[in-house]
Design a protein around this ligand. Structure first.
Ligand code: NAD
Length: 260
């Protein structure tokens, strides 16, 4: 149980982050939501967490490209709930292009959001966790923290980087009862993925089933999506006392992708 604990989950207005936030709230944690979106939609998710799980939730609008705002997000959790015990660095974006045409501003944004934001978040959360002698830091990496795909130079670099940051932080915090791990999903069924299907059906003259199996899941041997809830369940396990000796690890949840 996470009753009395507070979790900050970056990029939790959608997809995997939202599922993790709801999973932690279901275990009793108070939640700092973070991410972009329509204010009314964000408020619906925030209040929904409070009514569904009888915990408290606040939203931090911190932009993950801005180190000062990341520190403010952690401070908001500490001020509102008294502590930040769990930090999930999950916010992420993607851009696909050959390197020679890859816009430098996209490279900078992906490195900032998918990698540097985790450094700034961890940096801000450590002092409180050390003082209380307990902490859980989980980074949403990707199968792309272990293998590459063409045309995803910034994403693959950032995700390999976050795997390294995870190991380094784990070693630094090993004797403070603070664990640091990353989760590496394959293809996860998020709204983002779902919305690509009708267009791809049209463009390639394929059925929905063909798009899913032969296009989207070409790299995933199970030919099934990971669900956000499955990722959330793994994150929740990493917060448990049973996981106290798991640190510096990179957990694949990818339907066999990286076994190939
Ligand atoms: P998503 O687009 O549904 O959610 C991304 C979240 O990040 C949103 O809440 C968005 O508002 C937030 N965000 C984006 N830019 C931000 C910024 N500058 N500041 C603050 N928040 C920002 O995507 P998702 O699929 O849930 O992805 C979440 C994480 O999981 C990412 O790190 C992604 O790389 C990783 N991942 C996703 C998949 C997949 O197949 N969906 C697979 C492996 C890893």
């Amino acid at each position: 149980t996470l009753t009395g604990k507070t979790a900050v989950v970056t990029g939790s207005t959608s997809g995997i982050g939202l599922a993790i936030a709801r999973g932690f709230a279901g275990a009793g944690a108070n939640i700092v939501l973070n991410g972009m979106g329509v204010p009314a939609d964000i408020e619906k998710e925030r209040s929904g967490i409070e009514t569904d799980f009888k915990v408290k939730a606040v939203h931090s609008p911190a932009d993950m490209t801005k180190p000062a705002e990341i520190a403010e997000m952690v401070a908001l959790g500490e001020k509102t709930f008294g502590s930040v015990d769990i930090l999930v660095n999950n916010a992420g974006i993607q851009f696909v292009s050959p390197i020679e045409e890859f816009p430098p501003e996209k490279w900078e944004a992906i490195i900032a959001i998918n990698l540097s934001s985790a450094f700034y978040g961890i940096r801000a959360a450590i002092p409180g966790m050390k003082k209380r002698g307990w902490g859980r830091i989980i980074n949403t990496a990707s199968a792309h923290s272990l293998v590459a795909s063409p045309f995803k130079s910034a994403y693959v670099s950032a995700k390999h980087g976050i795997a390294g940051l995870t190991k380094t932080a784990a070693l630094e915090l090993a004797q403070h009862k603070i664990t640091v791990n990353c989760i590496s999903p394959g293809y996860v069924w998020t709204p983002l993925v779902e919305h690509q299907i009708p267009e791809t059906m049209k463009a390639r003259n394929l059925t929905k089933e063909q798009v899913i199996k032969d296009v989207l899941l070409a790299a995933q041997p199970t030919k099934e999506f990971v669900t956000s809830e499955q990722v959330a369940a793994l994150a929740l396990f990493l917060c448990s006392d049973d996981a106290a000796q798991i640190t510096g690890s990179n957990y694949s949840i990818d339907g066999g992708w990286t076994a190939e």
